[in-house]
Design a protein around this ligand. Structure first.
Ligand code: AMP
Ligand code: GLY
Length: 422
């Protein structure tokens, strides 16, 4: 089979790496890909948002399965567009992707179907939102309804902060139309976990639970990023809790989407807060997580093409997922300044040496070639991922690999996985 992977980050490199191990593969294309992906697949320079060109390419190359990484093509309807032409594509339809595309839709869905989440109220005009905030206890979480590149959630410790957040989202329109509606939500305390399930709309299979590290600095300090590291499995999710998450959250969500006339196929990613009263959904995503996919793909033992095809063809009931018992841990190496402004074009050295270590894979994200030199080209540059028996070994191995890689102005967290020890 010929496969097309859409995207260019560490997540897509991990997907391509895993797909390349499939016995069913003739050829892999990736649009647009990156230099790491180019070692395993043919990269084609089509942007992830250019759905028409991607579809034409898929028809021309007789793509047997397309796999979508990022949310934007999904919420823009790439799955509907491919399916119209009889192409097989892994991911939710436009209507089903609204579970990530609109936080108001997601919250209302959870409320209607009794799926545990934080209490909230939706506002269409800033005055009502501000009046509500004045009478509410703190802290509060203010969320823009639509996609905001991971910046649309603001945690507010004071009323002034909350009112400023309303102004930023609804009056200054910092995220455009995404801020036409806001959610004012109760603040939840606990440990955050990323929970993934693959579904064909009927069968729901859980992938190993994972913990992301969102903040830029050690000890969860500083602004949130796309994710600075992840490991799987996380000890926070016991077998019992996993069952509870499946029966109270993942399966009811897939059933709810069916009832709403938006059957959900693809990966369902629930961002959860494990509170003292049990798991609560913070948000849903309609795609694989980045960097969570890097450790998950390293642990998954199945032929991924079998799994993704079965999801598309609605025969997931025939599949059982198997994972390596070892722990996998990914340390993201980023450009200094990220998630704010940063410089690009710094030469990266030592990847080969790091990759030669046993059970280590260096996934590329923001890299590019300048002549024959590999240079930085984004905020998150590499995801150095290692497997080990137990958390300490996985940490040591990942950081040993990290220590071999250098560029001017590299930044990474030194505490990925430490929560699992505590
Ligand atoms: P979201 O994009 O909705 O996952 O929010 C981004 C981040 O904001 C989450 O990963 C949490 O760290 C935090 N967050 C979102 N909602 C809440 C909440 N109700 N209580 C506490 N933290 C939250
Ligand atoms: N790691 C967070 C995300 O993929 O949204």
């Amino acid at each position: 089979m010929t496969i097309l992977v859409i995207g260019s980050g560490g997540r897509e490199h991990a997907l391509v790496w895993k797909i390349a191990k499939s016995r069913r593969i003739k050829k892999i294309f990736c649009a647009p890909g990156n230099p790491g992906i180019a070692q395993l697949a043919e990269c084609v320079s089509i942007k992830t948002e250019d759905i028409n060109s991607l579809r034409e390419f898929a028809i021309k190359e007789k793509i047997g399965l397309a796999v979508v990484g990022p949310e934007l093509p999904l919420t823009s309807g790439i799955v509907d567009s491919f399916e119209e032409k009889g192409l097989k594509i892994f991911g939710p339809s436009k209507k089903a992707s609204e579970i990530e595309g609109s936080k108001v839709f997601a919250k209302d869905l959870m409320q209607t179907y009794g799926i545990p989440t934080a209490n909230y109220k939706v506002f269409k005009n800033p005055k009502d939102a501000k009046d509500y905030i004045k009478g509410h206890s703190l802290p509060l979480v203010i969320k823009a309804d639509g996609l905001a590149a991971g910046k649309g959630v603001i945690i507010c410790k004071t009323r002034e902060d909350a009112i400023d957040a309303i102004k930023l989202i609804m009056e200054k329109k910092a995220f455009g139309e995404a801020g036409d509606r806001v959610i004012v939500e109760e603040f939840l305390k606990g440990e955050e976990v990323s929970f993934f399930a693959i579904t064909d709309g009927k069968t729901v299979l859980s992938l190993p639970p994972c913990q992301d590290h969102k903040a830029i600095f050690d000890g969860d300090k500083g602004p949130n990023t796309g994710g600075m590291g992840a490991y799987s499995p996380t000890p926070i999710i016991t077998a019992k809790l996993k069952q509870e998450i499946m029966s109270r959250i993942m399966i009811p969500t897939v059933k709810a989407m069916e009832k709403e006339g938006r059957p959900y196929k693809g990966v369902l990613y629930a961002g959860l807060m494990i509170t003292k009263d049990g798991p609560r959904v913070l948000e849903y995503n309609c795609r694989f997580g980045d960097p969570e996919t890097q450790p998950i793909m390293m642990r998954l033992k199945n032929d991924i093409v079998d799994v993704l095809s079965a999801a598309v063809e609605e025969r997931l009931n025939k599949i059982k997922l198997n994972c390596d018992n070892k722990l996998a841990l990914c340390v993201v190496m980023a450009s200094k300044g990220y998630p704010g402004d940063y410089e690009k074009g710094k030469e990266i050295k030592g990847i080969e040496e790091a990759s030669n270590l046993k059970d280590v894979v260096v996934f590329h994200a923001g890299t590019t070639l300048n002549g024959d030199k590999l240079v930085t080209a984004g905020g998150r540059v590499l995801g150095v991922t290692a497997m080990g028996v137990g958390i300490k070994r996985a940490i040591n191995k990942a950081y040993e690999a990290v220590s071999r890689i250098k560029w001017e102005g590299v930044h990474y967290r030194k505490d990925i996985g430490e929560k699992a020890i505590k």
